[in-house]
Design a binder for this molecule. Structure first.
Ligand SMILES: [Zn+2]
Length: 105
């Protein structure tokens, strides 16, 4: 295949972490690995496919999407399900590509 899809981490908020949004609006949020644009897609995979790994409930199979900005295909994996804002902050600290804190020893 000529087009290879890059991978990016997705975030699916639920419960307390999604209080500020419509409960029907179940989305996976990600940033495009090609151009860096923020994107989102409707979550398709059932929650039963999510398993605990590294302290988070994740879907390691992930979902395919297309960036609205650059039109390139991308593979959102893992998709991490977060229930609380605290969990969301912890996720962002763990998965952030540029660590906010660099420990200098
Ligand atoms: Zn893009």
């Amino acid at each position: 295949m000529a087009h290879r899809s890059l991978e990016t981490v997705g975030l699916r908020c639920t419960g307390w972490a999604a209080l500020d949004r419509d409960p029907q609006d179940d989305r996976v949020e990600y940033s495009c690995p090609h151009c860096g644009a923020a994107g989102s897609k409707a979550a398709r995979r059932p929650r039963g496919e999510y398993h605990f790994s590294d302290g988070f409930l994740q879907d390691l199979q992930g979902e395919m999407s297309v960036c609205r900005q650059c039109r390139q295909r991308l593979h959102v994996t893992p998709v991490v399900l977060v229930h609380t804002l605290d969990e969301k902050r912890r996720f962002e600290a763990v998965f952030s590509p540029e660590p906010a804190l660099v420990s200098a020893r």
